[in-house]
Design a protein around this ligand. Sequence first.
Ligand code: C2E
Ligand code: MG
Ligand code: MG
Length: 763
Amino acid sequence: MAWVFGMTIRLGFSLIFMVLSVALAVCGAVALRSKKEIGVPLGRMLFCLIPPVVGNLLIIASATELPATIGCYLYYVGINFTVFGLLRYTLTYCKVDWVSDRLRVFVLSLLGLDILQLLCNIFFHHAFGIERIELYGRPYYRMVPYLPQNLHRVLVYSLLFAVVAVFFTKMLHSSRIHARRYAVIFFTLVVVILWCTFYVVSRTPLDRSMIGYAFFGLMAFYFSLYYKPVRLLNRIMVDISAELPDALYFFDDAGTCIWMNKEGMQLLRLSAGDLDAVPERLKPYLAGSQETDNWTSDVEVENEKGKRYYHLERRTIRDGRGRIDGAFLNVRDDTQARLKLMQEEQRARHDELTGLFTRPYLYHRIRELMAGAGRGEVYDLVFANVSGFKLVNDIFGTAFGDKVLQKIAALLGEIVPAGGVYGRLGGDTFGLFVPDRAFDAERVEALLKDFTVSAGDVEYHVLIHMGAYEVRERGLDVSVMFDRARIACASLQNDYHTHVARYDDAMRVNMVWEQQITGELHNAIKTRQIIPYLQPLVDVSGRVVGAEALVRWNHPEHGFLAPYRFVPIFERNGMIAELDRYMWRCACEQLAEWRDRDLFISVNISPKDFYFMDVAAEIKALTREYDVDPARLCIEITEGVMISDVENKIRILDDLRDAGFVVEMDDFGSGYSSLNMLKNMPIDVIKIDMVFLRNAEDDVKSGKILQNIIHMSTDLNIVPLTEGVETKKQYDDLTQMGCKLFQGYYFAKPMPVGDFEAHYLAA
Ligand code: C2E
Ligand code: MG
Ligand code: MG
C-alpha cells in the first residue's frame, strides 16, 4: 500500500516538474521575443531555471543510481546558472547597475570556479555523494553533501541575499504604487528561499524546492511583461484631468455629474462638493446644443469678464456592448485664440496706413456684393492710380507720400456712396466698387482736378487717374474686371487734363495691339520689316532737293502699317528711341550711297528720344561712321521737345547746328507753337503744317496767317517749308508768298527708296 502511495507521489511530482519545465521554456521563448528591455534577461533566467528543474525531476523519478546522479549534477550546475540569470534579471528589472565591471567579472569567476569544483566531484567525490535510501518501499537516490559543498551553498546564498536585498531596497524607496511590483517578487523570493532552506536543513528526502523557484520564475514573467499598474494609471489619469486647462465634467448614465476638474469648478464657480449644481450652471453653455450622443459646438457667453468664446465637446462613454456608461463634457475657453484670430483678420482685411480694405478683402467684398445683387443692377468698378507717385516719394519723402495716400483714402470716401466698397490694391493704386451708376465721372473729374496736398508752404497737385469699368457680365472674375478698369486708366497716361476714362472694348483691343507690337519691334528692325520711305522735298523751281525719311512697317501679319499705328505707342513707352536710331542709320546709309548727289534727307526726332539717349552724340557718331556731311542731314524736331528742360534742349540744338547739321521745326502751327518762340529757337528751317489751315473756314484769314509766318521766318533767317501741299494752286500761292521749300502729295507721296531713286536719280 505504502509502495503505491510512494509511487503516486513521485509520479505526481515528476509530472509537476515536467509541466513546469515546459511552462518555463514557453515563457522563456515569449520573453526573449518581447520588445521590452527586460525581455532578454528574463528569458535567459527562465531558461536557466530549466536544468535544475529537470535535475530535480530526474532525482525524484529515477529508481536507479545513474539518472539520479546525472540529476544531481544538472541540479547543482543549473543552480549556478540560475543564480547568475536571476542576478542579471534583478539588475535590469530594478534598474540598478553593476557597481563595477570588476564585480561582475568576480561574481562570474566565482560561479565558474564553483561549477568546475562541482564537476570535479565526478572524479574526486569531495563535494557530495549519492546515497541510496528506501522511500515508501522503493529505492531512492539522494544527494549527500560533504563539507566542501558548503562553499557552493555560501556562494549561492550570498548571491540570493544580494538579489533579495536589491528588491527590498527598491520596495522601500519606491512610491506605494510602484513598491507593489517589487514587493510581490521580493516576498515570493523570500518564501522560495526559506522553502529551499527547509529542504537543505531538514534533509527531507523528496526535495520539491525547485517548484518554488519555477513558480517564482513564472511570477517574474507575469510581473515583468504583463502586469499593468491599474491604480497608477488611474491616478495619472485623474491627476492629468484635474490639471487640464479645459473644464471637464463627468456624468453617469443618468446624467448626474459625478466629477469635475479644477477648471470645471472655476468656470461654474462651484466647489468640489457642488456636483448637483453643475447641470443648472451649465445651461447657458449648452443653449442650442443637440441632444445627440457626441457633439461639438462653439458658444459665446456674456459674463462679468465680458464676452467669452467657448468650444464645447461632449462624448458618450459606452461599454463593450454599446450600453451607456456615462459621458463627459469638455469646455475649452477659446477667447484668447478667437480675439487673436479676429485681430489677425482685421489686420489682413485692413491696410495699415490708410485703414482701407486690402486687395484680397476688397475682392472678397465685391464678390459678395455681386452675388447678392439683383439681376439688372449695374455697378461701376474703378481702378485709381497716382501718376508719378514714385517721384512724390523721391522729392518730398515717404512721410509726405504716406500723407498723400491717406488723403486719397479720405477722398475715395467722398466718391463712394453708401452701399459701395473701396480699398487699397497696393502701392499707389486703389479700387472702388460703386453701385447703381452712382459713379459720377463729372463730379469725380472736378474733385480730382483740385486735389492737392500741402507740403509745408507748397500746395502739391497730385495727379490721379481713374479707369471705370461698367460691370455687366457677372461671370467675370474681379481681377479681370480690374484689369479692364486698369486699361482704361492706362489710356490716360501723361494726360494732365482728363482724370477719368471709361473702359470700352476698343481699349482692350488697343492694349493687346500695343503689347504685341512692342514685343515685336526689336525683331522687326532686325528682319528689316521696318523700312524708310522717302517723300521728296521740292524747291521753288520744282526741283527735288531732298527727302524726308518716314518710317513704315511691313508687318507679316497685319500688312503695311503707317506710323500712326505704332509711333505714338512707342513714344509712350520709350521704344521710339530704338526705332529712331535705326531710321537715322538708314538715312546716313542712304546719304553715303548718294555721295555724289546734292540731296539731303530729313529725319524725325521724337521729344522722347532726348530722355533715352544723347541725341547729338548719337547723330554725330552716325555721320562719322558713314562719313556723311552733316549739312546733308536735316533734323526734324517738334515743339514737344521744347515743353520741358528748354535750356538744355537749346544747348543740344546749338551743338548740332555748330556741327553743321540743319535743324528743322516740324509741324509748325499744328500745336501750340507761337511765332514768338521762333526768335529764341536755334533752327534753320520751319515746316509749316498745311493741314491745320485746311480746316479753317475763312480762306482769306488762313492765307494771311500763312503769309505772316512765311514773312516772319524769312525775316528771322529761317527757311520756310510748307508740308501738305496737295494742289498746284497751293504751290503757286505759297511760292507767291515767298515759301522756299515744299513737300506734299502734289509732288509725290512717300515711296520706297528704290522708287525714289528710279524717279529722281535716274538721270
Ligand atoms: P511728319 O514728320 O510731319 O511727316 C509728314 C507726314 O505728312 C507723313 O505722314 C506724310 O506722309 C504726310 N504728308 C506728306 N504730304 C502730305 C499731303 O500732301 N497731304 C497729307 N494729308 N499728308 C501728307 P506719315 O508718313 O504717315 O507720318 C506721320 C508722322 O509720323 C510724321 O509726321 C512723324 O511725326 C511721324 N513719323 C514718321 N516716321 C517717323 C520716324 O521715323 N520717327 C519718328 N519719331 N516719327 C516718325
Ligand atoms: Mg517730319
Ligand atoms: Mg510734319
